[in-house]
Ligand binder design. Structure first.
Ligand SMILES: NC(=O)c1ccc[n+]([C@@H]2O[C@H](COP(=O)([O-])OP(=O)(O)OC[C@H]3O[C@@H](n4cnc5c(N)ncnc54)[C@H](O)[C@@H]3O)[C@@H](O)[C@H]2O)c1
Length: 356
């Protein structure tokens, strides 16, 4: 059986991940592109031998399209993904699922109403080093997790997005909403939930617009750096740093400290996973490296979503998973804005991450 995919939003994530990964998937026979800037859709249709939809309605009401990737900017996810789900399409929505709890809940509700598949692109769960680390933690091979630190930083979205200037939507409060926290931080919150299978429920944080300036020359209106401390329901404590000002080299690393040793992920260029036992002995795993802005490899996300549609399986990252992570992230931003410790209300969504 072959499926047809549609993509809303033909910027960088569509160009570097969704389109090439649909193109490489043997069960996808065509990609239809839509962007509110039609030229961008034309360019990707040419590059990936697909076609162009003239409007959002044309795309989501096309009866031959089975799957839609929502690669629009953050503020449009609740509009586009809800419309696509209610039009009967399976939806792979980019992160963050939304900028507000209400927006995320609208998407989750639309999935329930339509009974179509919904997955959110929290792609950190799909790398081999993260999967191996989760397995080691789940099997208690190094005992219990005590504490952790994680970091995600690069030189900034004005080098990544399709608009490579200071007027990028990533710098706009109204459009990106949460700055580097919504761009990179949400990935690490989801990753911690996945690795620990334990929900973060207390947070404190500092944020700042330290170096990026907008078109007026003033500091940008969203944070370009955020550093936070996190406590899980299971009592683990740790730190996370998110940055758009790590110039020269990306950092996507995580360290988990357990009663029986240490797991280091993406610290060593040659060995993406290091497992250090209590006695100092080190096991080095030569697993594939993680994608960086300058080195795009297959994330596995599209293949996983297509597989869940074809075989009627629960998607690897559900709307509910993404809602839990968004609640934590909004708690972190509130903690930074109010200089307080914030309790995260997880009552409406239970954390139960699944193995990918
Ligand atoms: N999973 C990841 O690792 C990852 C990485 C980067 C970006 N993203 C996410 O992907 C989404 C897109 O980011 P990007 O980097 O491709 O940005 P981008 O600016 O490069 O591209 C966004 C595109 O969407 C189009 N667009 C915006 N709103 C639209 C609408 N309502 N209808 C149709 N087209 C619309 C724009 O014209 C633009 O071409 C964002 O939500 C972002 O957070 C995810």
């Amino acid at each position: 059986m072959k499926l047809k995919a549609g993509i809303i939003g033909c910027g960088s994530i569509a160009k570097f991940r969704h389109a090439p990964e649909y193109k490489a998937n043997p069960y996808i026979d065509e990609i239809v592109f839509y962007d509110r800037n039609p030229e961008r859709a034309e360019i990707l249709a040419d590059q990936f031998a697909g076609s162009v939809a003239a409007s959002l309605d044309d795309l989501i009401t096309d009866p031959t399209i089975d799957i839609i990737s929502d690669c629009s900017s953050n503020e449009f996810h609740p509009i586009n993904s809800v419309k696509a789900l209610l039009a009967g399409k399976h939806v792979l929505c980019e992160k963050p699922i939304a900028l507000t709890i209400e927006g995320a809940e609208q998407i989750v509700q639309a999935q329930k109403t339509s009974s179509k598949k919904l997955m959110i692109d929290h792609n950190q769960r799909f790398t081999r080093a993260h999967q191996k680390a989760r397995q080691l933690i789940e099997n208690k091979e190094l005992g219990e997790v005590l504490t952790f630190k994680t970091s995600f930083g690069h030189a900034g979205p004005e080098r990544w997005g399709i608009n490579k200037t200071k007027s990028t939507w990533f710098f706009s409060k109204e459009r990106s909403g949460l700055g580097v926290a919504g761009d990179l931080g949400i990935h690490k919150i989801d990753l911690l939930h996945y690795l620990l299978n334990d929900g973060i429920n207390q947070v404190s944080a500092f944020q700042g617009s330290l170096d990026k300036t907008g078109i007026t020359g003033e500091p940008i209106e969203v944070c370009d750096n955020l550093v936070c401390t996190l406590k899980t329901a299971g009592g683990r404590i740790g730190t996370a740093s998110f940055s758009w000002t790590y110039y020269g080299e990306e950092d996507n690393s995580t360290i988990i400290y357990l009663t029986g040793g240490i797991i280091k992920i993406y610290h060593d260029k040659d060995y993406p996973l290091l497992v250090i036992e209590k006695d100092g002995s080190i096991a080095k795993y030569q697993l594939e490296t993680i994608q960086t802005n300058d080195d795009q490899t297959n994330s596995g996300v599209i293949d996983s979503f297509v597989d869940s549609v074809l075989h009627n399986k629960k998607p690897a990252v559900t709307g509910e998973d993404a809602l839990v992570s968004l609640k934590v992230l909004l708690g972190i931003v509130k903690a930074a804005e109010t200089a307080t410790v914030v309790q995260v209300n997880q009552s409406t969504a239970k954390l139960e991450t699944k193995n990918v």
